[in-house]
Design a protein around this ligand. Sequence first.
Ligand code: BTN
Length: 257
Amino acid sequence: MFNLENFDIKLETEVIGRNFIYCEEIDSTNSDLLSGKQNYKKNGTVLLAEKQHAGKGRKDRTWQSAKGLNLTFSILLLKESLTSININHLNFAASLAVANAIENLFQLKTELKWPNDVLINKKKVAGILTETSIKGSKIERAVIGIGLNLNQITFQGEFNFPPTSLKLELREDVDRENMLAEILNNFEELLFELESKPATILNEWRAKCQMIGDKISIIENDKVKSGIFYDIDENGFLLLRHNDSLEKIHFGDVSFI
Ligand code: BTN
């Protein structure tokens, strides 16, 4: 069971997670928050589910997570809090928040993989899926969904990248309440920074991405492209260098060659 009191003691935010909704089972925390129903009207609402029956991953994949062992949650940001933020940057702030939280609590070295995976020892420990709902031509709400493997030690199924969990890396159980509070504390700070100094967030992200400068291949719209991971641009798109030209990649999966 998730201990709300322990979580609350550690939460130091002003907005993020102050409206906290816990549920046992749900289809997807992202889809539910995006729907805008019930009491999903407060900026910074966090919805945590012990089990998702239709957890979503990037590129129409699914996100599987054993009940009660990990963290699967989403953060709601309403349009008024998004006016001075580039939506693409939210992924970078979220993956940094997870990586920083892991490093602060456990001194484990993390690495970030474009666009928003968190890795430990070259294995994926967390994934992030940011979705928006649009009204007219304006973004109405953004939902940042985070799946972080904590205490699960076996993984079944097919993965585009080998999975791991904090327990597998640390060889001990991890306190979910403490971890969630640490992520939200970090995320709120990074969100403030995103408004005033987005370049700093992208630089912090770059510093944790060890693939920059490496030869990679990337699958975008079913096409495999190869080249050097040159950099990310100011919107967070990947710049792939091949034959002395730079190609901007908007969406894809990176792997080493
Ligand atoms: C990925 O790496 O493909 C992204 C995975 C994102 C999973 C999280 S779990 C909580 C939230 N709800 C969802 O349905 N997906 C995200």
